[in-house]
Design a protein around this ligand. Structure first.
Ligand SMILES: [Zn+2]
Length: 272
């Protein structure tokens, strides 16, 4: 090999090495739900992103903080099983979306706040480059079971009784940019502008959200096809004691990946 050739080889190698940014996600691929690009053109254009196009498997670093009331003895508590339950719940919920969660940090914090005051104190717990989940004791008087700091955001709260069901998936769905499926909508709901901004979910009045054993029993205003999508959706409300929510739609998947790609606070919480 001549020096000249060696030099150009090195130049190419160094240029490639120096100019390649660190990858924000693993080069592992997954099958994602297919979006009907003909029916939902508006959303396909709105949410076009390379995380979806490249089918990349994404994995988030999760920070869990167990909020315990002040005044109780700081006894040694092993939250390993609860951490595992959080991982299992999220990984099951987001499996089809090619999104994984791994609890990387877990701690206990003693606080005078309950989930009702989430908005007053979540700022103390935000951890850069993590999705943070505050888990509250199931105290009587909790006004809600779960709450997200924003859409999108990196921190949410949930009562301990809900770390194993769809409430946790619902809140993390908010963190990844999803609005409620019944968000007020002036059109038919199937567009990227108003309502939840998701083209493959119909419009829905929350007041009509009545189910029995997860079957719809509200007013006959909606098509069967729309109800099949709306009732089991993670971003619907579930008023029953049984868990009726276990699905995202393909456009919700596309939208979550668009949010991850476009919000550095989210993409920086992925494993490198
Ligand atoms: Zn919600």
């Amino acid at each position: 090999m001549t020096y000249k050739l060696l030099f150009s080889f090195l130049a190419v190698f160094l240029t490639t090495f120096i100019c390649t940014k660190p990858k924000a996600y693993k080069e592992v691929y997954t099958d994602l739900p297919t979006v009907d690009s003909t029916a939902y053109t508006q959303c396909v254009v709105r949410y076009k992103n390379s995380l979806y196009d490249n089918n990349l498997l994404l994995e988030f670093k999760v920070n869990v903080v167990y909020i315990k009331p002040l005044g109780i003895d700081a006894i040694f508590s092993d939250n390993y099983q609860k951490d595992s339950l959080i991982e299992v719940t999220l990984n099951k919920g987001f499996e089809e979306q090619g999104i994984l969660f791994s609890v990387d940090k877990s701690e206990v914090s003693y606080s005078g706040y309950s989930i009702n005051e989430f908005s007053d104190h979540f700022g103390e717990y935000i951890e850069k480059e993590y999705i943070t989940i505050l888990v509250y004791d199931d105290a009587a008087g909790s006004r809600f079971n779960g709450v997200a700091a924003g859409i999108p955001h990196t921190i949410c709260g949930v009562v301990e009784a809900r770390i194993g069901n769809s409430t946790l998936v619902h809140e993390v769905g908010h963190l990844l940019g999803l609005k409620h499926i019944f968000e007020k909508d002036d059109t038919d709901g199937k567009n990227a502008v108003t309502g939840d901004g998701i083209c493959d979910t119909g419009s829905f009045n929350l007041m009509d959200n009545r189910t029995s054993e997860c079957g719809y029993v509200g007013p006959a205003k909606y098509s069967e096809k729309d109800l099949e999508i709306i009732i089991p959706n993670y971003l619907n409300y579930n008023y029953e004691t049984i868990d009726c929510r276990d699905k995202f739609t393909p456009v919700q998947t596309l939208s979550m990946r668009w949010h991850i790609e476009n919000f550095p606070t989210l993409s920086s919480a992925l494993y490198y």
